[in-house]
Design a protein around this ligand. Structure first.
Ligand code: NGS
Length: 374
């Protein structure tokens, strides 16, 4: 009789002890493995939002609820709006003589902290010349994933050239978080929308992470009548272009031009085609693009292992005339998973859903076909 409640109690005690042990194991895992992974992340990869950026006390929570984190820098957006730069009456004037001209591409890979020391005076990704009033404010959008070496090299080479061009510029690094195939066109669309949300820039420059301008006379600016392609020759093609209609690498567009084209297609996953699709979009509108003069627009592209190409990209290009009406900035769906305002760039990590995007696209194609045939 007496034993029964005791046995129940001891069973309860055993469950409690077991739960406590599980808790201890989790604590140990967090204490031992947590710093290890975070440390590794710092050495190999500084931009690693899943392990390095999850704050220590959030890690246990992440263990239970998955590591999809929403860690916003508090009030960072307000801070960017609050930064006041002295207004100068004298408009910045860049004459060709004051620029350095063509330079050898620097190949070092510095830490972000070293880059920040090298280029002081940047706040939340923005630089504003200190002695004159820039005539234009531009957003530079860099689609990104797993290419930290390239990003560091690009910043090392691009920032000094832009500083000499005396423009007010803000760099946005748009990272696709998913394991899914990379979609450069969509990252460009998202970069445009996210930058526009923060400020109505006069000009949006889309710069691939592996494309480095060699000459500071290749001015980062937009044209009122035409968009601009800032690449006239690529080093690995012996400073020529593989074909005349190439629109890859670096493109500068105003909001008006971007909106008229409905931006880039969201349908080019993996590698290639989104720039050819952009070319076709120009053909369908009244807008056109011009190219930087040959001697100013030479670029070096950094090498990397190319992802497997998809055959479907040619099919998608063939549909541009109709699909550009529903496929682009008007239809891009994404979720901002993380954002951080670093001195040299604003880092925005986004999640996209390939399945939903493709499903919506096919549905729209079918609807269009039906409308045309009836
Ligand atoms: C074409 C791609 C473009 C790409 C261009 C240059 O074949 O997206 O090569 O490539 N078009 C298609 O795949 C349909 S590059 O020199 O960057 O290797 O921009």
């Amino acid at each position: 009789m007496l034993c029964r409640p005791l046995r129940r109690k001891s069973r309860l005690l055993r469950i409690n002890i077991a739960l406590f042990c599980v808790f201890l194991v989790l604590l140990l895992y967090d204490a031992l493995l947590g710093p290890y992974t975070a440390k590794n992340a710092t050495f190999n990869q500084e931009l690693n939002y899943t392990s390095a950026k999850i704050h220590q006390n959030q890690r246990l929570f992440a263990l239970f609820w998955g590591n999809r984190e929403r860690v916003y820098t508090p009030h960072a957006l307000d801070q960017t709006q609050k930064i006041k730069f002295k207004h100068h009456s004298e408009i910045c004037n860049v004459s060709r003589e004051k620029l350095k001209g063509r330079e050898e591409v620097h190949t070092q890979v510095l830490l972000f902290s070293e880059l920040e020391q090298l280029f002081p005076g940047h706040h939340c990704g923005r630089f504003h010349p200190s002695h004159c009033q820039p005539s234009t404010r531009i957003a530079i959008i860099i689609p990104y994933r797993n290419r930290e070496f390239h990003l560091k090299r690009l910043l090392l080479n691009l920032i000094p050239k832009l500083r000499r061009q005396l423009v007010d510029f803000t760099i946005y690094v748009i990272e696709q978080a998913n394991e899914e195939a990379f979609n450069r066109g969509m990252m460009r669309n998202i970069g445009f929308l996210e930058a526009k949300k923060r400020f109505a820039y006069d000009c949006y420059v889309f710069n691939d992470v592996d494309t480095i301008i060699e000459d500071d006379r290749n001015l980062f600016k937009c044209g009122t009548h035409a968009a601009r392609h800032l690449v006239s020759g690529v080093r690995r093609y012996n400073y020529s272009l593989p074909y005349r209609g190439l629109l890859g690498g670096i493109v500068a567009m105003t909001e008006k031009q971007m909106t008229a084209l409905n931006g880039y297609s969201n349908m080019f996953f993996v590698w290639g085609g989104e720039d050819d699709n952009l070319y076709d979009r120009f053909m369908e509108t009244n807008f056109w693009f011009e190219r930087t003069d040959y001697q100013d627009g030479l670029v070096t592209t950094l090498t990397h292992r190319k992802d497997k190409k998809t055959v479907s990209r040619f099919r998608t290009i063939g549909k541009t005339k109709h699909s550009m009406l529903f496929d682009g900035i008007s239809s891009v769906r994404y979720e901002v998973l993380y954002e951080e305002y670093k001195p040299l760039f604003t880092w925005i990590v986004v999640g996209v859903n390939k399945f939903l995007i493709e499903e919506e696209f096919e549905l729209n194609v079918a609807n269009t076909k039906q409308r045309i045939s009836s």
